[in-house]
Design a binder for this molecule. Structure first.
Ligand code: BTN
Length: 306
């Protein structure tokens, strides 16, 4: 109901009376009034006058009702430890595919390789539950696809030169604007779910320890609406999943990759490899030409462009 009330208020050129809202939405005036009070409590500036209600200002909020058509699948929390934990519980509990858990802040945001992901207010932090009908071996392609789609959304909405770094960081220039972490549960031959967690530096100041990081606000010189970014990405991603999602992912990733033909250092938990990144194979692994000319296939790790 909140989505519908907001929709009416946003479309209106003048105040709309309570009786008109209640007639058009098919609910009682008391119900309309209750929802308007609740919206005000959530930071919406709705003015009531003798002529009716007028939406003066709306916060950059990520409540489910801000995503028409998805409101039952977008679950917003003001603050959580990590959206990954909530998404995993929901996925194990059988939630539908494309369920989204989004928060304004994380107390224990997680990055790849057990690192911390700083999650102050102003950034965008969310996890999408996917249930692709693929064998577990194809799961790295999902991460590459997410990175490619997110980079495309950032180019489309903000005109920034977003590109991808192996395995699935999104950079502008040489600075990281978004990171992707995924967790999978699978049976022997079939994925049960993949939770894709995405953190985007939007209006938050990336912490000084993350020296190679940048926010969209820094890149565009103005505050960026997280709601429009999340809606834009979900639209792009869902459209892509409904098309022949995994065909051509690797080629597309390569077309937007900053990592290929560069000197790289790949650090895994107990190893490190240095050389020139020459290719990405069908599994999403990076092929590195070592200094002695030998080729090494790297499945997982942290990549540093040298
Ligand atoms: C990385 O680059 O290391 C991946 C960072 C992923 C961060 C996101 S924020 C939303 C989701 N919840 C988490 O705890 N982590 C991911």
């Amino acid at each position: 109901m909140k989505a519908q009330i907001l929709d009416k208020l946003r479309q209106a050129t003048e105040a709309i009376s309570g009786p008109r809202l209640s007639a058009e939405l098919g609910v009682s005036r008391v119900t309309v009034w209750k929802h308007i009070q609740a919206l005000k409590g959530h930071g919406y500036d709705i003015q009531a006058s003798g002529r009716g209600y007028r939406l003066v200002n709306a916060p950059d909020a990520l409540f489910g009702w801000e995503f028409p058509g998805r409101q039952d699948r977008v679950h917003h929390y003001p603050e959580v430890d990590s959206t990954m934990d909530i998404a995993r519980k929901m996925a194990r509990g059988g939630c539908p595919p494309f369920t989204v858990v989004v928060t304004d802040r994380q107390r224990r945001g997680r990055g790849r390789l057990s690192r911390r992901w700083f999650s102050d207010a102003g950034g965008l932090y969310f996890t999408v539950v996917l249930r692709p009908e693929i064998p577990p071996t194809l799961s790295p392609r999902v991460n590459l696809l997410v990175a490619v789609v997110l980079a495309g959304t950032l180019r489309r909405l903000y005109g920034v030169a977003a590109a991808v770094k192996w395995p699935n960081d999104v950079l502008v220039g040489d600075r990281k604007v978004a990171g992707i972490l995924s967790e999978m549960e699978a049976e022997a031959d079939r994925v049960t779910f993949i939770d894709v967690g995405i953190g985007v530096n939007v209006n938050n100041d990336p912490p000084p320890v993350e020296s190679g990081a940048v926010s969209l606000q820094q890149l565009t010189g103005g505050s960026v609406a997280r709601r429009a970014l999340l809606a834009g990405f979900l639209d792009d991603f869902e459209a892509r999943l409904h098309s022949a999602a995994f065909d051509g992912v690797i080629a597309e990733w390569k077309a937007h990759a900053l990592t290929l033909n560069r000197r790289v250092k790949i650090v895994t938990l107990n190893d490190s490899v240095e050389g020139t990144a020459v290719d990405v194979d069908e599994n999403g692994s990076l092929i590195v030409r070592l200094d002695d000319g030998a080729l090494r296939t790297v499945l997982y790790g942290d990549c540093f462009h040298q």
